[in-house]
Design a binder for this molecule. Structure first.
Ligand SMILES: Nc1ncnc2c1ncn2[C@@H]1O[C@H](COP(=O)(O)OP(=O)(O)OP(=O)(O)O)[C@@H](O)[C@H]1O
Ligand SMILES: O=C([O-])CC(=O)C(=O)O
Ligand SMILES: [Ca+2]
Ligand SMILES: [Mn+2]
Length: 661
């Protein structure tokens, strides 16, 4: 037992702690296995931790380039300052690169060491005209940050940001958890009054140039009033000939990471050569619009000005507005070049057979284009040009409600570090996400880069489609699970753009509502639907594509009595389309809609192929079928006076391809 020295805690009862024995000074044990750190202070130690990056926050000039790093930086900051310029004060804000907390220290160090000549900010674009207080203030620019940097920004500064157990960034989109189509405005000017589809049925609600500028100024002033803003310079469209350069200015790390994932990410060299963007988004979503401004009917406004190539977002933080705003832009720009823009998923088999998946929200574009046996070209937005198909985006935006690892393994596994998880609920401690929880919204979403899907096709392009699959989630339960369509039927159903939704209220309304959305994306189209339909018909004919209608909705009765068709069965039907097996099946024609339905599909019980077999109440089936047929007819009345394509023959054929009774 150790003895106590002069001082100690000994109480003499034998329970004292043993005295610590130290070795004699010459025997002191050093842990010499590693050399000492090359730093004398903590600051120095921390500065060693981060290696100077060549991308993307401090873009590097390539060796051959004529500009020095400094010139290039300055040019880039000038371009960003110009983007953020007030149109009335005609001067951009002072912009400083980097995080406000980090730059102060960095600048002092730089001034003291690397650039002793520079007594002011090294990377500030100054404005000479300090005529207003706002011109005295500088705005920090967080330029093309990496996912890791954006995670840190989100977690430090944005309430509701958390890392989930799989490494995704969980965020809240605020009061809006979906798009606000009634708050979308398009500037009507000399060009767009001619070019665009206006009036009844059109998604394009007009606003004048002046009101746009009022909102733009509001957004820009809001953004410049912040200590820092995020700027993303990225691309749309994997077709190199038709690539569009976009700049997204936003106030939240969530928005920057979302767009990092959803747009095409430039390489360091591409970023160096970026220059001036073709289109700019000002996302001031936390800040409302001013309801005294003409055309404003709520505190939310999403405004597109095609002539100025700008979009302004006020009063909604739902990130999908940016994604779909850019899609609207493509629906304008691409058809002008003879390229068809499509609200569709797209994948390709090992033999190069490409399939398009059209469908309204929730019908299965993302789910069914993400197929372990095929290459994913994209899940939502594509172009069909003379060269084939190309994805517009660099990422996917999957619905997460009731997501299961077993049924959708690829999407499940894509929800990892870098992925933005919107509005999901997770267990407080373990951060395990409960995908069945609708407490925040039913529209929970994951946004991830397309390469998170193992068999993504990079670059995301492919040859001309062989199959065009129209998806409908028919909650009435009367459309066959799969039917082969004639060309005119394909056009009829493309223009109709049908799905049925079930309004989910707390009391549980059982009645499905038919939704018709022209071209399976009326909210995003800019021209009259018949323009896109004519292009689709022309391309399908030219390249010999076959049209199909797949009902991913109800079977055995309407919503409430029947049940949703098993995803596994839908996948089998889609497999038979891809393989060509379904082309060789025996078909019978249905009443009312005149669909051709196969007698057999491998892996699917034959009795479900004709919906009448699955309904016990045959009378109810027939009534529901006629009811839906009537809704189709009524919807199509809006299109009967339009000519589709050059010859009226196609128009007549399409009209005749609808339900007949
Ligand atoms: N038979 C089925 N076929 C397809 N999807 C099904 C089926 N049964 C259930 N589902 C579910 O329906 C949902 C389809 O949503 P998905 O994300 O694929 O829609 P989307 O067409 O991509 O819509 P959006 O354009 O809004 O992204 C998924 O949650 C999927 O799990
Ligand atoms: O844009 C969104 O919010 C989701 C989507 O893909 C769609 O609605 O088609
Ligand atoms: Ca989708
Ligand atoms: Mn979509």
């Amino acid at each position: 037992m150790a003895t106590n020295g002069g001082k100690g805690n000994g109480n003499g009862n034998g329970n004292t702690l043993p005295k610590i024995q130290t070795k004699k000074s010459d025997e002191i044990c050093h842990d010499d296995s590693a050399p000492p750190v090359k730093a004398c202070t903590l600051d120095e130690l921390h500065s060693l931790q981060k290696k100077k990056s060549s991308v993307p926050t401090t873009p590097n000039a390539s060796a051959a380039a004529a500009f020095s790093d400094d010139d290039r930086q300055k040019q880039q900051l000038q371009s960003i300052s110009a983007s953020l310029a007030s149109l009335t004060r005609e001067t951009g804000p002072k912009v400083v690169k980097g995080d406000p907390s980090a730059t102060k220290k960095a600048e002092t160090q730089q001034a003291a060491a690397a650039h002793p000549k520079h007594h002011s900010h090294h990377n500030v674009v100054p404005t000479n005209l300090n005529i207003s207080d706002s011109a005295l203030k500088s705005t920090h620019i967080l330029y093309n940050l990496s996912p890791a940097e954006l995670y840190e920004q989100a977690i430090k500064f944005e309430k509701g940001s958390f890392i989930t157990s799989s490494g995704a960034l969980a965020t809240l989109s605020g009061a809006k958890t979906g798009r606000s189509p009634r708050d979308k405005r398009i500037v009507k000017d000399e060009t767009t009054v001619q070019d665009l589809w206006w009036g009844k049925g059109s998604p394009n609600i007009e606003m004048d140039e002046h009101s746009f500028l009022v909102n733009r100024e509001r957004a820009v002033d809001y953004l410049c009033s912040l200590e820092k803003v995020f700027v993303n310079d990225q691309f749309l469209n994997w077709d190199p000939k038709n690539r569009i350069k976009v700049r997204i200015v936003s106030a939240r790390a969530y928005h920057s990471l979302f767009m990092h994932n959803m747009c095409i990410r430039p390489t360091p060299d591409e970023l160096d050569a970026f220059g001036t963007p073709d289109f700019t988004i000002y996302n001031a979503g936390q800040f409302p619009c001013n309801r005294y401004t003409h055309y404003m009917t709520s505190s939310t406004s999403i405004d597109i000005n095609l002539s100025r190539t700008e979009m302004v977002i006020l009063g909604t933080q739902y990130a999908g507005e940016m994604k779909k705003g850019l899609f609207s832009l493509m629906h304008y720009l691409m058809p002008k070049r003879g390229i068809l823009s499509l609200h569709s998923g797209c994948n390709m088999g090992k033999d190069g057979d490409v399939a398009l998946f059209f469908g309204l929200s929730g019908t299965g574009k993302t789910t069914l284009s993400t197929d372990h046996n095929r290459f994913l070209i994209g899940d939502d937005e594509h172009c069909w040009s003379e060269d084939g198909v190309s994805n517009i985006e660099g990422g996917c935006y999957a619905k997460c409600i009731d997501l299961s690892r077993e049924k959708e393994p690829d999407i499940w596994n894509a929800i990892k570090f870098g992925t933005v998880l919107e509005n999901v609920v997770f267990e407080e401690h373990t951060r395990e996400v409960d995908y069945s929880d609708k407490s925040v919204t039913e529209n929970t979403r994951a946004a991830y880069p397309i390469e998170y899907i193992p068999n993504a096709m990079i670059p995301c392009v492919g040859p001309h489609p062989k199959n065009v699959i129209l998806l409908a989630c028919d909650a009435f339960g009367v459309l066959p699970p799969v039917s082969r369509l004639s060309m005119s039927q394909t056009m009829y159903h493309f223009i109709s753009g049908y799905t049925a939704l079930v309004a989910g209220t707390e009391d549980g309304i059982k009645e499905p509502t038919a939704t018709f959305s022209a071209c399976f994306g009326a909210a995003f189209i800019m021209l009259h639907p018949t323009k896109y339909a004519a292009m689709l018909a022309e391309k399908m004919k030219k390249h010999g594509a076959t049209g199909w209608l797949v009902n991913t909705g109800w079977s055995g009765g309407s919503y409430g009595s029947g049940s949703r068709i098993k995803l596994a069965y839908t996948r089998e039907m889609i497999n038979s389309i891809h393989s060509g097996a379904l082309l060789r099946a025996n078909y019978t024609k249905t009443d009312v809609f005149g669909f051709e339905i196969p007698a057999q599909v491998e892996g699917v019980p034959s009795e479900i192929l004709d919906p009448v077999n699955t309904w016990s109440d045959k009378k109810a089936y027939k009534e529901t079928l006629l009811k839906l047929g009537g809704l189709f007819k009524k919807n199509f009345e809006g299109f009967v006076n339009y000519k589709i394509g050059a010859d009226s023959k196609l128009t007549e054929e399409i009209l005749a391809a609808g339900p007949n009774f």
